[in-house]
Design a protein around this ligand. Sequence first.
Ligand code: BTN
Length: 264
Amino acid sequence: MGLINAKRNISSDIINSLFKKDNTEIEVIVFDEIDSTNNEAKRKISENCSLPLLILSNSQYAGRGRMDRSFYSPKDTGLYLSIILPQKPYENYNLLTIISAVSVTDAIMEETGINASIKWVNDIYYDSKKISGILTEAIPSNDGIIPIIGIGININTNSFPQEIKDIAGALGKNISRESLAVKICKNIFLNLSLNEKEPKKIIEHYKERCFTLGMEIDCYENGEIIFSGKAISINNDGSLNVQIHNDEIKTINSGEISIRNINI
Ligand code: BTN
């Protein structure tokens, strides 16, 4: 795919034709501006939309991150999307956070050659800066859940609000947002089916991409450090084992960590 300036609206026609090339069945909706693609996903689910559905926006004025944070989503310089997957039992989606992170880093590599890495559990870093965040949410339904994977990637954003300017970065490349979005979706679909057959492969791949392993970290709950230690391993369910200084091992499933001495 040739270079396309990121500073133009995302084209649903281009996305549809890229999906059509390999018979991927998915509905696509593109907005110029929206509060949050994850909020729109929830509205669509309540209207019984057909699934899977990909929602993108050129900008968001109320982009959301984990821990009730906002996600800075200026016009045209980033990729802001939500993928709604079909309803399935919860177990089918148990590694969805891990699968999403791996799928995004792989798509970035395929599209740009950039080897981005994952800070447990699903923040994406390049050059010591956070370039992408993922917010997975799930709507309970009759026999399972309907997952929403919200993904934000800073592509060419070069100025950030004061409160994130020291940690946020961007890919810094002129790429096709359509092509990157399609690669992310395809990777998620491929990795979901791989996970049904060989779940260990996903975790192995995740470990290769996760730079948290081996680092001294602080673990937080409600904004407070609850313990510190060394991230020693990742379990098959994606949880992280942390060796506390008195040699006790604690396992965390979700929540927030920061890497000591690097401030990320
Ligand atoms: C995080 O950094 O904690 C997660 C950020 C997730 C941002 C994406 S942008 C598209 C989708 N819509 C949102 O409101 N949030 C996600």
